[in-house]
Design a protein around this ligand. Structure first.
Ligand code: AMP
Length: 399
């Protein structure tokens, strides 16, 4: 059986946990969104309850040349202490004498936070000697940072080799993987994927991977116009990637061969400039007047998509349907979010992932009305592209 937090005996053990405390800070170094810290609490508390002493390590931002005040994890110390109900200790460097001494003195239930891992360039380089120094602080390694699982960094991947018998996922990781597998592997049919966002180039690997798995593929957002143009439609000034017309054609052909219903919008809200206050017209998606650009899916498309979503048992959503940052082009995204919430209420399993669609469900207060909202941006996208995530493989591998 795989070791996990629930079946492992932590009593008297020093446990180093890779968490994702990469939270946004304002000019006064106050946390403006504590979602990631909140997400890590259950794992930490469970291990404390089970008698482990906790050493937390994370990155914050992208420091370039060593320590920088604005990227110091000490800024989150107070908030973390409050959330955990314990005075969290802090080591000014993640390796070195102070970290070693503090870790060695740590008693069961106590918590030590290490300074930003990325103050050492060896972290992102995946340096083995650096990983070994981190590993030397503890008896057990827990990875609970899904957001960096697609990176082969020292603290996310390399360190695991120093704990061949004593490594496992935390709850955040476990839940992410469970939810994504429920969609990609153990899905109930019909399975519908809704993909939007700006460009085909960012999504083509996802499209190709999903064509083997889905029953329906709904395409919205800026990338729909590359598909429409590939079919011979007139797209005016809409966002188009001319170098991907053949790729789009090939994807549509593959969908046909695999019996996947691929839905390209039939109508669009076109604007005469890229501006919330532009003049707008609803027109056929392949008949956009010269000089105009499609910035949202149209009402007929919303109806078709809504119906497909309502008839689905599994739904994956990534990417907005239009330029939802501008209120006048947000309707498609809002209606699709609502349809997914509605299908979920009727029993479908829905997973929303990837930056902007997560922002959209949060903005429309629908996050608790879908089955799972992935926190893992890039990691989640690579996972649905079918790639192996190094951070996941490092735990799963037996050596
Ligand atoms: P992505 O990061 O690829 O998921 O793309 C998200 C971005 O796509 C958002 O900022 C949207 O404003 C943008 N977007 C969605 N639909 C369109 C469109 N029709 N034209 C231009 N940009 C769009």
């Amino acid at each position: 059986m795989m070791k996990n937090i629930d079946n492992y005996d932590f009593s008297g053990k020093k446990v180093i946990i890779r968490v994702d405390f990469n939270v946004p800070l304002n000019d006064k170094y106050e946390i403006t969104d504590d979602t990631r810290i909140r997400a890590a609490i259950p794992t930490i508390q469970k291990i404390r309850e089970k008698g482990g002493a906790i050493i937390l390590m994370s990155h914050l931002g992208r420091p370039k040349n060593g320590p920088e005040e604005k990227f110091s994890l000490k800024h989150i110390l107070k908030d973390l202490s409050e959330k955990l109900g314990v005075n969290v200790q802090f080591a000014n460097d993640c390796i070195g004498e102070q970290a070693r001494t503090m870790a060695a003195r740590l008693k069961p239930g106590e918590v030590l936070l290490l300074e930003n891992l990325r103050f050492h360039k060896e972290e992102t380089q995946g340096d083995e000697a650096f990983a070994k120094k981190l590993a030397a602080l503890a008896d057990v390694y827990v990875n609970d940072a899904f957001g960096t699982a697609h990176r082969a960094h020292a603290s996310t991947t390399v360190i695991a080799r120093f704990f061949p018998e004593d490594k496992m996922f935390g709850y955040v990781m476990e839940n992410e993987l469970k939810s994504i597998n429920k969609v990609l592997v153990d899905n109930e049919k019909p399975f519908t994927a809704v993909l939007g966002g700006a460009k085909v180039s960012g999504k083509i690997e996802i499209i190709n991977h999903l064509l083997d798995k889905v029953d329906n593929l709904l395409i919205g957002g800026g990338m729909m116009f590359t598909f429409i143009k590939a079919r011979g439609g007139q797209v005016g000034n809409s966002l188009v990637e001319d170098d991907l017309l053949e790729t789009a054609k090939a994807a549509m052909k593959k969908a046909g061969e695999m019996d996947v219903n691929i839905y390209i919008p039939t109508d669009t809200v076109a604007a005469d400039k890229f501006d919330n206050n532009a003049n707008t017209v609803v027109c056929k998606a392949g008949e956009i007047p010269d000089g105009w650009m499609g910035l949202d899916i149209g009402p007929e498309t919303i109806n078709t998509f809504r119906e497909m979503i309502h008839n689905s048992a599994t739904i994956l959503w990534n990417g907005p349907m239009g330029v939802f940052e501008m209120d006048n082009f947000a309707k498609g995204t809002i209606e699709i979010a609502k349809a997914i919430a509605g299908a979920t209420a009727k029993g479908a399993f829905s997973l929303v992932g990837g930056g902007d669609s997560v922002a959209a469900v949060n903005k429309y207060n629908l996050a608790d009305k879908v089955s799972y909202v992935s926190t893992g941006g890039g990691a989640m996208l690579e996972y649905i592209e079918g790639k192996t995530l190094p951070g996941v493989a490092a735990i799963n591998q037996s050596v």
